[in-house]
Design a protein around this ligand. Structure first.
Ligand SMILES: C[S@@+](CC[C@H](N)C(=O)[O-])C[C@H]1O[C@@H](n2cnc3c(N)ncnc32)[C@H](O)[C@@H]1O
Length: 453
Protein backbone atom coordinates (compact mmCIF):
# COMPACT_ATOMS: atom_id res chain seq x y z
CA UNK A 1 0.00 0.00 0.00
CA UNK A 2 1.66 3.26 -1.01
CA UNK A 3 -0.30 5.48 1.42
CA UNK A 4 -1.88 4.25 4.64
CA UNK A 5 -5.63 4.09 4.12
CA UNK A 6 -8.07 3.63 6.98
CA UNK A 7 -11.73 2.96 6.28
CA UNK A 8 -14.38 4.27 8.69
CA UNK A 9 -17.12 1.79 9.59
CA UNK A 10 -20.56 2.98 10.72
CA UNK A 11 -22.44 -0.19 9.82
CA UNK A 12 -23.10 0.89 6.22
CA UNK A 13 -21.71 -1.78 3.87
CA UNK A 14 -22.06 0.28 0.65
CA UNK A 15 -20.36 3.29 2.18
CA UNK A 16 -17.46 1.16 3.40
CA UNK A 17 -17.16 -0.48 -0.05
CA UNK A 18 -17.06 3.01 -1.58
CA UNK A 19 -14.28 4.11 0.81
CA UNK A 20 -12.20 1.01 0.01
CA UNK A 21 -12.59 1.45 -3.74
CA UNK A 22 -11.68 5.14 -3.55
CA UNK A 23 -8.54 4.25 -1.57
CA UNK A 24 -7.62 1.55 -4.09
CA UNK A 25 -8.06 3.99 -6.94
CA UNK A 26 -6.49 7.10 -5.40
CA UNK A 27 -3.87 5.79 -2.97
CA UNK A 28 -2.99 2.60 -4.85
CA UNK A 29 -4.09 0.60 -1.79
CA UNK A 30 -4.28 -3.16 -2.45
CA UNK A 31 -7.95 -4.16 -2.47
CA UNK A 32 -7.42 -7.52 -0.72
CA UNK A 33 -5.25 -6.05 2.06
CA UNK A 34 -7.46 -3.04 2.72
CA UNK A 35 -10.63 -5.12 2.70
CA UNK A 36 -9.18 -7.66 5.14
CA UNK A 37 -7.78 -4.93 7.35
CA UNK A 38 -11.14 -3.13 7.45
CA UNK A 39 -12.99 -6.34 8.35
CA UNK A 40 -10.48 -7.15 11.08
CA UNK A 41 -10.17 -3.66 12.54
CA UNK A 42 -13.95 -3.18 12.88
CA UNK A 43 -14.75 -6.83 13.64
CA UNK A 44 -17.40 -6.78 10.92
CA UNK A 45 -20.02 -9.53 11.33
CA UNK A 46 -20.29 -12.46 8.89
CA UNK A 47 -23.36 -11.22 6.95
CA UNK A 48 -21.98 -7.70 6.38
CA UNK A 49 -18.54 -9.13 5.71
CA UNK A 50 -19.84 -11.28 2.87
CA UNK A 51 -21.75 -8.41 1.24
CA UNK A 52 -18.87 -5.96 1.68
CA UNK A 53 -16.48 -8.44 0.05
CA UNK A 54 -18.88 -9.17 -2.77
CA UNK A 55 -19.60 -5.52 -3.59
CA UNK A 56 -15.96 -4.40 -3.31
CA UNK A 57 -14.48 -7.21 -5.39
CA UNK A 58 -17.41 -7.44 -7.78
CA UNK A 59 -17.38 -3.72 -8.59
CA UNK A 60 -13.62 -3.76 -9.13
CA UNK A 61 -13.77 -6.96 -11.20
CA UNK A 62 -16.43 -5.50 -13.51
CA UNK A 63 -15.29 -1.86 -13.49
CA UNK A 64 -14.87 -1.47 -17.27
CA UNK A 65 -18.14 -3.25 -18.04
CA UNK A 66 -19.98 -1.06 -15.53
CA UNK A 67 -18.50 2.08 -17.10
CA UNK A 68 -19.66 0.92 -20.52
CA UNK A 69 -23.16 0.36 -19.12
CA UNK A 70 -23.24 3.76 -17.38
CA UNK A 71 -21.78 5.85 -20.20
CA UNK A 72 -25.01 6.64 -22.14
CA UNK A 73 -26.70 7.82 -18.94
CA UNK A 74 -24.07 10.24 -17.62
CA UNK A 75 -24.41 13.74 -19.07
CA UNK A 76 -21.35 15.94 -18.58
CA UNK A 77 -18.87 15.10 -15.89
CA UNK A 78 -19.46 13.68 -12.42
CA UNK A 79 -17.09 13.75 -9.45
CA UNK A 80 -14.71 10.86 -9.05
CA UNK A 81 -16.43 9.51 -5.93
CA UNK A 82 -19.85 9.83 -7.55
CA UNK A 83 -18.70 7.65 -10.45
CA UNK A 84 -17.56 4.97 -7.96
CA UNK A 85 -20.90 5.26 -6.16
CA UNK A 86 -22.69 4.72 -9.49
CA UNK A 87 -20.50 1.70 -10.25
CA UNK A 88 -21.19 0.15 -6.85
CA UNK A 89 -24.91 0.69 -7.25
CA UNK A 90 -25.11 -0.63 -10.79
CA UNK A 91 -23.05 -3.65 -9.75
CA UNK A 92 -25.72 -4.54 -7.20
CA UNK A 93 -28.56 -3.87 -9.66
CA UNK A 94 -27.04 -5.81 -12.55
CA UNK A 95 -25.11 -8.65 -10.90
CA UNK A 96 -26.65 -9.24 -7.47
CA UNK A 97 -30.13 -10.54 -8.15
CA UNK A 98 -30.99 -10.89 -4.46
CA UNK A 99 -30.80 -7.12 -3.89
CA UNK A 100 -33.99 -5.36 -5.08
CA UNK A 101 -32.96 -2.60 -7.56
CA UNK A 102 -34.95 0.12 -5.78
CA UNK A 103 -33.11 -0.70 -2.51
CA UNK A 104 -29.73 -0.25 -4.26
CA UNK A 105 -30.91 3.10 -5.69
CA UNK A 106 -32.21 4.32 -2.31
CA UNK A 107 -28.95 3.40 -0.59
CA UNK A 108 -26.98 5.27 -3.28
CA UNK A 109 -29.15 8.38 -2.89
CA UNK A 110 -28.63 8.39 0.89
CA UNK A 111 -24.86 8.06 0.50
CA UNK A 112 -24.85 10.85 -2.10
CA UNK A 113 -26.75 13.12 0.32
CA UNK A 114 -24.35 12.36 3.18
CA UNK A 115 -21.14 12.65 1.18
CA UNK A 116 -22.29 15.48 -1.12
CA UNK A 117 -25.55 17.40 -1.22
CA UNK A 118 -29.12 17.14 -2.47
CA UNK A 119 -28.13 18.12 -6.03
CA UNK A 120 -25.71 15.20 -6.31
CA UNK A 121 -28.26 12.86 -4.74
CA UNK A 122 -30.78 13.90 -7.38
CA UNK A 123 -28.23 13.32 -10.20
CA UNK A 124 -27.43 9.83 -8.83
CA UNK A 125 -31.13 9.06 -8.50
CA UNK A 126 -31.81 10.25 -12.06
CA UNK A 127 -28.98 8.23 -13.62
CA UNK A 128 -29.78 5.00 -11.81
CA UNK A 129 -33.52 5.26 -12.48
CA UNK A 130 -32.83 5.89 -16.19
CA UNK A 131 -30.68 2.74 -16.31
CA UNK A 132 -33.50 0.81 -14.62
CA UNK A 133 -36.03 2.13 -17.16
CA UNK A 134 -33.97 1.65 -20.33
CA UNK A 135 -31.74 -1.30 -19.42
CA UNK A 136 -27.98 -1.41 -20.01
CA UNK A 137 -26.56 -1.13 -23.55
CA UNK A 138 -25.54 -4.32 -25.34
CA UNK A 139 -21.85 -5.14 -25.85
CA UNK A 140 -22.89 -6.83 -29.14
CA UNK A 141 -22.79 -3.37 -30.70
CA UNK A 142 -19.01 -3.06 -30.16
CA UNK A 143 -17.62 -3.81 -33.61
CA UNK A 144 -14.01 -4.59 -32.71
CA UNK A 145 -13.80 -8.13 -31.23
CA UNK A 146 -10.80 -7.37 -28.97
CA UNK A 147 -12.46 -4.23 -27.62
CA UNK A 148 -15.70 -6.16 -27.07
CA UNK A 149 -13.89 -8.91 -25.13
CA UNK A 150 -12.06 -6.25 -23.10
CA UNK A 151 -15.34 -4.53 -22.15
CA UNK A 152 -17.29 -7.75 -21.56
CA UNK A 153 -14.66 -9.21 -19.24
CA UNK A 154 -13.34 -5.90 -17.89
CA UNK A 155 -9.64 -6.28 -18.75
CA UNK A 156 -7.54 -3.60 -20.48
CA UNK A 157 -7.27 -4.16 -24.20
CA UNK A 158 -3.48 -4.66 -24.17
CA UNK A 159 -3.93 -7.57 -21.77
CA UNK A 160 -6.67 -9.13 -23.88
CA UNK A 161 -4.50 -8.84 -26.98
CA UNK A 162 -1.51 -10.31 -25.15
CA UNK A 163 -3.46 -13.31 -23.84
CA UNK A 164 -4.97 -13.95 -27.27
CA UNK A 165 -1.51 -13.72 -28.90
CA UNK A 166 -0.09 -16.05 -26.20
CA UNK A 167 -2.78 -18.72 -26.16
CA UNK A 168 -5.36 -18.18 -28.91
CA UNK A 169 -8.86 -16.74 -28.70
CA UNK A 170 -10.65 -19.70 -27.09
CA UNK A 171 -8.29 -20.24 -24.18
CA UNK A 172 -7.85 -16.51 -23.58
CA UNK A 173 -11.62 -15.94 -23.55
CA UNK A 174 -12.15 -18.74 -21.00
CA UNK A 175 -9.40 -17.29 -18.79
CA UNK A 176 -10.72 -13.71 -19.01
CA UNK A 177 -14.18 -14.85 -17.92
CA UNK A 178 -12.79 -17.07 -15.14
CA UNK A 179 -10.89 -14.06 -13.74
CA UNK A 180 -14.25 -12.59 -12.71
CA UNK A 181 -15.36 -15.66 -10.78
CA UNK A 182 -14.73 -15.42 -7.01
CA UNK A 183 -11.67 -17.45 -5.94
CA UNK A 184 -12.01 -20.62 -3.89
CA UNK A 185 -10.88 -20.70 -0.25
CA UNK A 186 -8.37 -23.47 0.34
CA UNK A 187 -6.02 -24.52 3.13
CA UNK A 188 -2.97 -26.77 3.38
CA UNK A 189 -2.83 -29.31 6.16
CA UNK A 190 0.34 -29.26 8.26
CA UNK A 191 1.21 -32.94 8.03
CA UNK A 192 3.91 -32.63 10.71
CA UNK A 193 1.15 -31.90 13.27
CA UNK A 194 -1.98 -33.65 12.05
CA UNK A 195 -3.51 -35.72 9.26
CA UNK A 196 -5.90 -34.63 6.53
CA UNK A 197 -8.70 -36.69 8.07
CA UNK A 198 -8.11 -35.21 11.51
CA UNK A 199 -7.93 -31.63 10.17
CA UNK A 200 -11.26 -32.10 8.34
CA UNK A 201 -12.85 -33.35 11.58
CA UNK A 202 -11.38 -30.45 13.59
CA UNK A 203 -12.58 -27.82 11.11
CA UNK A 204 -16.04 -29.35 10.92
CA UNK A 205 -16.21 -29.31 14.68
CA UNK A 206 -15.66 -25.55 14.50
CA UNK A 207 -18.59 -25.23 12.07
CA UNK A 208 -16.77 -25.04 8.72
CA UNK A 209 -17.73 -26.98 5.61
CA UNK A 210 -14.64 -28.55 4.05
CA UNK A 211 -13.74 -31.18 1.53
CA UNK A 212 -10.44 -32.77 0.54
CA UNK A 213 -9.26 -31.48 -2.83
CA UNK A 214 -9.14 -33.98 -5.69
CA UNK A 215 -6.17 -32.07 -7.10
CA UNK A 216 -3.74 -31.89 -4.19
CA UNK A 217 -4.03 -34.43 -1.37
CA UNK A 218 -2.93 -32.14 1.50
CA UNK A 219 -5.34 -29.41 0.37
CA UNK A 220 -8.83 -28.79 1.75
CA UNK A 221 -11.46 -26.72 -0.04
CA UNK A 222 -13.51 -24.58 2.33
CA UNK A 223 -17.03 -23.82 1.11
CA UNK A 224 -18.34 -22.26 4.30
CA UNK A 225 -16.61 -20.50 7.19
CA UNK A 226 -13.46 -18.50 7.89
CA UNK A 227 -10.48 -20.84 8.34
CA UNK A 228 -8.17 -18.01 9.47
CA UNK A 229 -10.39 -17.48 12.56
CA UNK A 230 -10.34 -21.07 13.76
CA UNK A 231 -8.51 -22.72 16.64
CA UNK A 232 -7.21 -25.23 14.08
CA UNK A 233 -5.41 -22.36 12.35
CA UNK A 234 -4.10 -20.77 15.55
CA UNK A 235 -2.71 -24.11 16.67
CA UNK A 236 -0.80 -24.43 13.42
CA UNK A 237 -2.64 -27.35 11.88
CA UNK A 238 -3.41 -25.49 8.65
CA UNK A 239 -2.09 -22.73 6.40
CA UNK A 240 -4.27 -20.60 4.12
CA UNK A 241 -2.91 -21.23 0.64
CA UNK A 242 -4.23 -21.61 -2.89
CA UNK A 243 -4.00 -25.10 -4.39
CA UNK A 244 -1.80 -24.04 -7.30
CA UNK A 245 0.54 -22.36 -4.86
CA UNK A 246 1.19 -25.79 -3.34
CA UNK A 247 2.68 -27.10 -6.60
CA UNK A 248 6.23 -25.60 -6.40
CA UNK A 249 7.19 -27.16 -3.04
CA UNK A 250 5.65 -30.44 -4.19
CA UNK A 251 7.81 -30.38 -7.33
CA UNK A 252 11.02 -29.46 -5.48
CA UNK A 253 10.15 -32.30 -3.07
CA UNK A 254 13.23 -32.00 -0.82
CA UNK A 255 14.09 -35.02 1.34
CA UNK A 256 14.37 -34.71 5.12
CA UNK A 257 17.91 -33.69 6.05
CA UNK A 258 18.61 -31.66 2.90
CA UNK A 259 19.95 -28.08 2.83
CA UNK A 260 17.42 -25.97 0.94
CA UNK A 261 17.30 -22.35 -0.21
CA UNK A 262 13.98 -20.55 -0.71
CA UNK A 263 15.19 -17.42 -2.47
CA UNK A 264 12.05 -15.23 -2.64
CA UNK A 265 10.38 -16.55 0.45
CA UNK A 266 8.12 -13.99 2.15
CA UNK A 267 5.53 -14.41 3.56
CA UNK A 268 6.60 -18.05 3.74
CA UNK A 269 3.70 -20.01 2.24
CA UNK A 270 6.06 -22.24 0.31
CA UNK A 271 8.90 -22.19 2.86
CA UNK A 272 6.59 -23.77 5.43
CA UNK A 273 5.28 -26.27 2.87
CA UNK A 274 8.90 -27.28 2.11
CA UNK A 275 9.60 -27.71 5.83
CA UNK A 276 6.50 -29.89 6.18
CA UNK A 277 7.56 -32.05 3.21
CA UNK A 278 11.01 -32.39 4.86
CA UNK A 279 9.26 -33.53 8.06
CA UNK A 280 10.95 -30.62 9.82
CA UNK A 281 14.39 -32.27 9.37
CA UNK A 282 17.34 -30.61 7.63
CA UNK A 283 17.65 -26.86 7.04
CA UNK A 284 15.98 -24.18 4.98
CA UNK A 285 17.38 -20.72 4.40
CA UNK A 286 14.47 -18.42 3.56
CA UNK A 287 15.62 -15.14 2.01
CA UNK A 288 13.78 -12.10 0.71
CA UNK A 289 14.77 -8.70 -0.62
CA UNK A 290 12.58 -6.88 1.91
CA UNK A 291 13.81 -7.30 5.50
CA UNK A 292 10.45 -6.28 7.05
CA UNK A 293 8.74 -9.19 5.32
CA UNK A 294 10.96 -11.76 7.07
CA UNK A 295 8.90 -11.36 10.27
CA UNK A 296 5.96 -12.85 8.41
CA UNK A 297 7.97 -16.00 7.74
CA UNK A 298 9.03 -16.20 11.40
CA UNK A 299 5.41 -15.82 12.50
CA UNK A 300 4.31 -18.64 10.23
CA UNK A 301 7.09 -21.07 11.16
CA UNK A 302 6.43 -20.43 14.85
CA UNK A 303 2.69 -20.99 14.52
CA UNK A 304 3.25 -24.19 12.55
CA UNK A 305 5.96 -25.50 14.90
CA UNK A 306 8.60 -25.72 12.16
CA UNK A 307 12.09 -25.02 13.46
CA UNK A 308 14.38 -25.84 10.52
CA UNK A 309 13.87 -22.43 8.88
CA UNK A 310 16.34 -19.56 9.16
CA UNK A 311 15.65 -16.21 7.51
CA UNK A 312 17.99 -13.61 6.01
CA UNK A 313 17.47 -10.36 4.09
CA UNK A 314 19.27 -11.04 0.83
CA UNK A 315 18.72 -9.73 -2.68
CA UNK A 316 18.57 -13.07 -4.49
CA UNK A 317 20.45 -11.61 -7.46
CA UNK A 318 23.44 -11.14 -5.13
CA UNK A 319 23.13 -14.52 -3.38
CA UNK A 320 26.59 -15.72 -4.51
CA UNK A 321 28.17 -12.76 -2.63
CA UNK A 322 26.64 -13.92 0.65
CA UNK A 323 26.21 -17.67 0.31
CA UNK A 324 28.78 -20.36 -0.35
CA UNK A 325 29.04 -21.59 -3.94
CA UNK A 326 27.44 -24.98 -4.68
CA UNK A 327 26.17 -25.38 -1.13
CA UNK A 328 22.43 -26.13 -1.52
CA UNK A 329 20.84 -29.46 -2.44
CA UNK A 330 17.66 -27.85 -3.68
CA UNK A 331 16.54 -24.29 -4.44
CA UNK A 332 13.15 -22.68 -4.99
CA UNK A 333 12.94 -19.42 -6.92
CA UNK A 334 9.32 -18.32 -6.47
CA UNK A 335 10.03 -15.17 -8.40
CA UNK A 336 8.45 -11.72 -8.33
CA UNK A 337 6.09 -11.60 -11.32
CA UNK A 338 3.18 -9.69 -12.84
CA UNK A 339 0.63 -11.76 -10.86
CA UNK A 340 -1.60 -12.15 -13.91
CA UNK A 341 -2.69 -15.58 -12.62
CA UNK A 342 -4.20 -14.21 -9.42
CA UNK A 343 -6.41 -11.40 -10.70
CA UNK A 344 -9.47 -13.03 -9.11
CA UNK A 345 -7.90 -12.41 -5.69
CA UNK A 346 -6.33 -9.07 -6.56
CA UNK A 347 -8.54 -7.45 -9.22
CA UNK A 348 -6.69 -4.13 -8.99
CA UNK A 349 -3.79 -5.84 -10.85
CA UNK A 350 -5.90 -5.67 -14.02
CA UNK A 351 -5.86 -1.90 -14.07
CA UNK A 352 -2.48 -1.07 -12.52
CA UNK A 353 -0.11 -3.40 -14.42
CA UNK A 354 1.45 -2.05 -17.59
CA UNK A 355 2.92 -4.00 -20.46
CA UNK A 356 6.40 -2.51 -19.99
CA UNK A 357 6.48 -3.81 -16.37
CA UNK A 358 6.64 -7.34 -17.77
CA UNK A 359 9.95 -6.72 -19.57
CA UNK A 360 11.64 -5.57 -16.36
CA UNK A 361 10.28 -8.53 -14.45
CA UNK A 362 11.86 -10.99 -16.86
CA UNK A 363 15.27 -9.38 -16.29
CA UNK A 364 14.90 -9.87 -12.51
CA UNK A 365 13.65 -13.45 -12.94
CA UNK A 366 16.68 -14.34 -15.08
CA UNK A 367 19.10 -12.72 -12.64
CA UNK A 368 17.58 -14.69 -9.75
CA UNK A 369 17.82 -18.00 -11.63
CA UNK A 370 21.41 -17.26 -12.60
CA UNK A 371 22.37 -16.55 -8.99
CA UNK A 372 20.56 -19.69 -7.81
CA UNK A 373 22.55 -21.78 -10.27
CA UNK A 374 25.81 -20.65 -8.67
CA UNK A 375 24.87 -21.69 -5.14
CA UNK A 376 23.25 -24.98 -6.21
CA UNK A 377 25.21 -28.21 -5.78
CA UNK A 378 26.01 -30.35 -8.80
CA UNK A 379 23.06 -32.68 -9.40
CA UNK A 380 20.93 -30.37 -7.26
CA UNK A 381 17.37 -29.43 -8.23
CA UNK A 382 16.17 -25.92 -9.01
CA UNK A 383 12.49 -25.04 -9.27
CA UNK A 384 11.24 -21.81 -10.84
CA UNK A 385 7.67 -20.70 -10.18
CA UNK A 386 5.43 -17.69 -10.77
CA UNK A 387 1.78 -16.81 -10.20
CA UNK A 388 1.43 -15.43 -13.70
CA UNK A 389 0.07 -16.79 -16.96
CA UNK A 390 2.31 -14.61 -19.10
CA UNK A 391 4.22 -16.57 -21.72
CA UNK A 392 7.24 -14.27 -21.67
CA UNK A 393 7.70 -14.44 -17.88
CA UNK A 394 7.20 -18.21 -17.90
CA UNK A 395 8.34 -20.18 -20.96
CA UNK A 396 10.23 -17.11 -22.18
CA UNK A 397 12.27 -16.88 -18.99
CA UNK A 398 12.92 -20.65 -18.99
CA UNK A 399 14.16 -20.67 -22.59
CA UNK A 400 16.40 -17.64 -22.05
CA UNK A 401 17.77 -19.22 -18.86
CA UNK A 402 18.54 -22.58 -20.48
CA UNK A 403 20.18 -20.90 -23.46
CA UNK A 404 22.48 -18.91 -21.17
CA UNK A 405 23.17 -21.87 -18.85
CA UNK A 406 24.19 -25.05 -20.63
CA UNK A 407 25.14 -26.51 -17.23
CA UNK A 408 21.41 -26.66 -16.42
CA UNK A 409 18.86 -29.04 -17.94
CA UNK A 410 15.08 -29.08 -17.80
CA UNK A 411 13.75 -32.13 -15.98
CA UNK A 412 10.39 -33.80 -15.62
CA UNK A 413 8.20 -32.45 -12.81
CA UNK A 414 7.99 -35.22 -10.22
CA UNK A 415 5.79 -35.98 -7.22
CA UNK A 416 2.72 -34.37 -8.73
CA UNK A 417 -0.79 -35.79 -8.57
CA UNK A 418 -1.77 -37.35 -11.93
CA UNK A 419 -4.10 -34.55 -13.04
CA UNK A 420 -1.25 -32.06 -12.82
CA UNK A 421 1.53 -34.39 -13.98
CA UNK A 422 -0.41 -34.99 -17.21
CA UNK A 423 -0.47 -31.28 -18.00
CA UNK A 424 3.30 -30.76 -17.96
CA UNK A 425 5.38 -30.44 -21.10
CA UNK A 426 9.18 -30.17 -21.42
CA UNK A 427 9.76 -29.77 -17.70
CA UNK A 428 7.14 -27.00 -17.43
CA UNK A 429 3.61 -26.80 -16.10
CA UNK A 430 1.23 -23.94 -16.76
CA UNK A 431 -2.00 -24.02 -14.76
CA UNK A 432 -4.75 -21.63 -15.88
CA UNK A 433 -7.48 -20.43 -13.48
CA UNK A 434 -10.13 -22.16 -15.61
CA UNK A 435 -8.34 -25.55 -15.46
CA UNK A 436 -9.21 -26.52 -11.89
CA UNK A 437 -10.60 -23.32 -10.36
CA UNK A 438 -7.24 -22.69 -8.63
CA UNK A 439 -4.95 -19.74 -9.32
CA UNK A 440 -2.98 -19.34 -12.54
CA UNK A 441 0.51 -20.67 -11.80
CA UNK A 442 3.68 -21.74 -13.60
CA UNK A 443 6.36 -24.19 -12.47
CA UNK A 444 9.54 -25.43 -14.15
CA UNK A 445 12.27 -27.73 -12.83
CA UNK A 446 15.98 -28.00 -13.66
CA UNK A 447 18.96 -30.12 -12.67
CA UNK A 448 22.55 -28.90 -12.47
CA UNK A 449 24.54 -31.28 -14.61
CA UNK A 450 27.72 -32.92 -13.34
CA UNK A 451 31.22 -32.31 -14.82
CA UNK A 452 30.92 -35.29 -17.15
CA UNK A 453 27.54 -34.29 -18.59
C1 LIG B 1 5.81 -14.33 -5.26
S1 LIG B 1 6.36 -13.56 -3.85
C2 LIG B 1 6.92 -14.90 -2.87
C3 LIG B 1 5.85 -15.65 -2.16
C4 LIG B 1 6.42 -16.70 -1.23
N1 LIG B 1 7.34 -17.59 -1.90
C5 LIG B 1 5.34 -17.52 -0.57
O1 LIG B 1 5.04 -18.61 -1.03
O2 LIG B 1 4.79 -17.06 0.43
C6 LIG B 1 7.87 -12.90 -4.38
C7 LIG B 1 8.75 -12.38 -3.28
O3 LIG B 1 9.99 -12.02 -3.87
C8 LIG B 1 10.52 -10.96 -3.14
N2 LIG B 1 11.58 -10.35 -3.99
C9 LIG B 1 11.46 -9.43 -4.95
N3 LIG B 1 12.66 -9.19 -5.50
C10 LIG B 1 13.54 -9.98 -4.87
C11 LIG B 1 14.94 -10.16 -4.97
N4 LIG B 1 15.67 -9.47 -5.87
N5 LIG B 1 15.54 -11.04 -4.12
C12 LIG B 1 14.81 -11.72 -3.21
N6 LIG B 1 13.49 -11.57 -3.07
C13 LIG B 1 12.86 -10.72 -3.90
C14 LIG B 1 9.35 -10.10 -2.81
O4 LIG B 1 9.61 -9.30 -1.68
C15 LIG B 1 8.26 -11.14 -2.57
O5 LIG B 1 8.15 -11.39 -1.19
Amino acid sequence: MSKKSVVIWDGNVRDAALSILLAVDKNQAYSNLLLNETIKRHKIEAKDRALLTEITYGTLQHKMTLDFYLEPFIRGSVDHWVRWLLRISLYQIHYLTRIPPHAAVNEAVEIAKRRGHRGIASTVNGILRSVLRSGVPSTEDIADPMERLAIETSHPEWLVQRFVANYGLELATAMLHENNVPAMQTVRVNTTKTTVKQAIAELEEEGLTVQQSDLMPECLRVTNGQPARTKVFKEGHITIQDESSMIPAKVLNPSPGMRVLDMCAAPGGKTTHLAEIMKNEGSILATDLHPHKLDLIDHNTERLGLDIVETAPIDGRKAPEFLQAASFDAILVDAPCSGLGVMRRKPDIKYTKREEDLENLQKIQLALLEAATKVLKTDGKLVYSTCTVDLQENEGTVHAFLTAHPEMEAIQLESLPTKLAEKQANGMLQVFPQDFGSDGFFVAAFRKKGESN
